[in-house]
Design a protein around this ligand. Structure first.
Ligand code: IMP
Ligand code: MG
Length: 179
């Protein structure tokens, strides 16, 4: 693998602090209510597991795999690769994403879920890279703001690799070296 991942950007202690902070915000806001949590595969699988274990209200956890590409509409087009099992009609929904980059995926997904009749849709992202934003979208629950670097670990991948790294590292692709 022609990638250098030696530089740690976020330690696992910082990730734990982030999880405690974000989960207490969600626990406060949804106290006494039921919540449908939608984790976005594959990147958010670890964050979804860690976050939901800290939630205190009744939660129904489901997963969806989506991607967005730039089509003729300015926001792009949403492709659903794996759909939900739960019906979100009249439900309070929390979408859990690994990182918001351009913002396209979450903006389109929010539109899709409101189209299915969700009562409310809020967005939670472990990491936020605002420098690359194209669609003006702010997560309701924001973990850690990151610089304009390609990061891996804690669920985030480069070509399918490095998701299992416990902390978050900068991924520098080394050109000219054979894989
Ligand atoms: P966007 O906000 O629609 O551009 O899409 C964000 C998605 O791009 C995330 O869910 C990740 O899968 C991927 N992504 C963006 N930035 C990074 C990164 O730094 N490392 C790994 N994946 C990234
Ligand atoms: Mg993703």
């Amino acid at each position: 693998m022609n990638a250098d991942t030696s530089k740690v950007l976020i330690t696992d202690e910082q990730i734990n602090e982030m999880l405690d902070r974000v989960s207490s915000e969600i626990n406060r806001d949804y106290e006494g209510r039921e919540l449908v949590v939608i984790g976005i595969l594959t990147g958010a699988y670890i964050f979804t597991a860690d976050l939901t274990r800290r939630l205190t209200m009744p939660v129904n956890v489901d997963f969806m795999q989506v991607s967005s590409y730039q089509g003729t509409r300015s926001t792009g087009i949403l492709t659903i690769r794996k759909d939900l099992t739960v019906d979100v009609q009249d439900q309070d929904v929390l979408v859990v994403e690994d990182i918001i980059d351009t913002g396209r995926t979450l903006a389109l997904l929010r539109e899709e879920l409101y189209g299915r009749g969700a009562k409310s849709v809020k967005l939670c992202a472990a990491f936020d890279k605002p420098a690359r934003r194209i669609i003006d979208i702010v997560p309701d629950y924001r973990g850690i703001v990151v610089p304009d670097e390609f990061i891996v670990g804690y669920g985030l991948d480069y070509n399918g690799q490095f998701r299992n790294i416990k902390n978050v590292r900068i991924c520098e692709v080394i050109d000219g070296r054979p894989e």
